[in-house]
Design a protein around this ligand. Structure first.
Ligand code: 5GP
Length: 259
């Protein structure tokens, strides 16, 4: 018979098996549990559909810890996510989702592609916040799509997309005040969803790579636009965002194995 300690150890130890997918900033590995994956946050940073790529020291660790913090806040607010726990400074254990090939974007303030597409001045408040869908396809530059495209081409189930939109707005209700309390404006963000046991669940990541965050007083950019626009101090800004939220990066990784 197994001892209690053996059972606990077996549930905590996770075997990393083959690399299934390598994205622009993360790699996904299978594990010895069929419904669990390991996300490895690399130090790579990319923009413009992979045309600009750089390695930034500490980036994998900062984004992994940041993502874990945000996913936990969302779980506490009743939003189901794939996040299970941090495994090492650059790795997290997640549920295996059947991902929809779609990006859901909410915008509270005009910035980025909406300004270029619609001729809008950056910084205008969007009241109510607006919602956009994009197809995940680097070769096509992630084109904007609508629900009818998704239905006609069978990219996802229409009800699941409606649920994803509802959850994307629910995330805004949790994170907008969270960032504002730390003197930051959540300008916009991109989320990706998948199915786990029939339920639409938040997947991928929430980090300064996939959202825009401005200082509430100076409107200084604290997110990936620092990399896109060559503003410098990219990871320093990500860490500053985390510290403002109360994240202690050194303490968070201190107890983890240094894999
Ligand atoms: P935009 O459409 O203005 O380029 O992006 C809107 C928001 O979604 C921004 O916060 C941006 O960082 C995020 N976003 C859109 N597409 C991607 C993507 O392919 N990767 C990442 N990391 N973020 C994205």
């Amino acid at each position: 018979m197994q001892s209690f300690d053996q059972v606990v150890n077996e549930t905590l130890i996770m075997k990393k098996l083959e690399e299934l997918y390598s994205g622009k900033a993360k790699s996904v590995f299978s594990t010895d549990q069929e419904d669990r994956y390991i996300l490895h946050f690399r130090d790579d940073t990319s923009a413009f559909d992979g045309k600009k790529v750089e390695q930034l020291d500490r980036k994998g660790m900062v984004n992994n810890v940041f993502n874990g913090f945000i996913m936990q806040r969302l779980e506490e607010a009743g939003i189901a996510t794939h996040f299970e726990r941090l495994l090492s400074p650059q790795e997290a254990l997640v549920k295996r989702l059947d991902m929809m090939p779609i990006e859901c974007v909410v915008r509270n303030i005009a910035a980025g592609s909406i300004c270029r597409r619609l001729g809008i001045t950056e910084g205008i408040d969007l009241e109510p916040p607006t919602f956009e869908l994009f197809l995940k396809n680097d070769d096509l530059g992630d084109p904007m799509i609508n629900e009818y495209h998704i239905a006609s081409f069978g990219w996802a189930n229409v009800d699941d997309v409606a649920r994803a939109r509802e959850l994307t707005f629910a995330v805004n209700e949790v994170l907008k005040p969270l960032f504002l309390e730390a003197d930051m404006l959540l300008v916009d963000y991109k989320l990706e969803f998948g199915l786990y046991q029939g339920e639409v669940v938040l997947g991928d990541e929430f980090t300064p790579d996939g959202c825009r965050l401005w200082d509430v007083n100076t409107r200084e950019k604290l997110d990936k636009d620092r990399f896109r626009q060559d503003l410098g101090n990219v990871i320093e800004s990500y860490e500053q965002v985390g510290r403002r939220l109360g994240i202690d990066f050194d303490a968070a990784v201190g107890a983890l194995p240094a894999v």
